[in-house]
Design a protein around this ligand. Structure first.
Ligand SMILES: [Zn+2]
Length: 93
């Protein structure tokens, strides 16, 4: 029963190269020329790390929110900044 104890805790710090992770996220979400193969490769990289996988999901969520907001709200910047600030706070651990 004790084995499941760590599963629910967020990762404090992962061993990934932060700059590499950032570049991969940018490529995945901001580079429109990314090939499906490369996108899949990046996703598999993130899948190996729970911490980075969570970060990728947060980035995906932000972009989804922004795309929805764009239809109704001409200025979603405040929302974006609020979410990214929360993520930075969380990531700093
Ligand atoms: Zn990681």
């Amino acid at each position: 029963m004790n084995a499941a104890g760590e599963a629910g805790k967020p990762q404090e710090r992962c061993g990934c190269d932060g700059r590499h992770v950032h570049e991969a996220l940018c490529a995945l979400f901001d580079d429109g020329q990314l090939t499906p193969e490369r996108a899949e490769q990046i996703r598999q990289e993130f899948a190996e790390c729970p911490s980075c996988s969570g970060r990728m999901q947060s980035e995906a969520l932000i972009r989804e929110l922004l795309q929805r907001c764009r239809c109704e709200d001409p200025a979603p910047q405040a929302l974006y900044q609020r979410i990214t600030a929360q993520i930075r706070f969380t990531a700093r651990g």
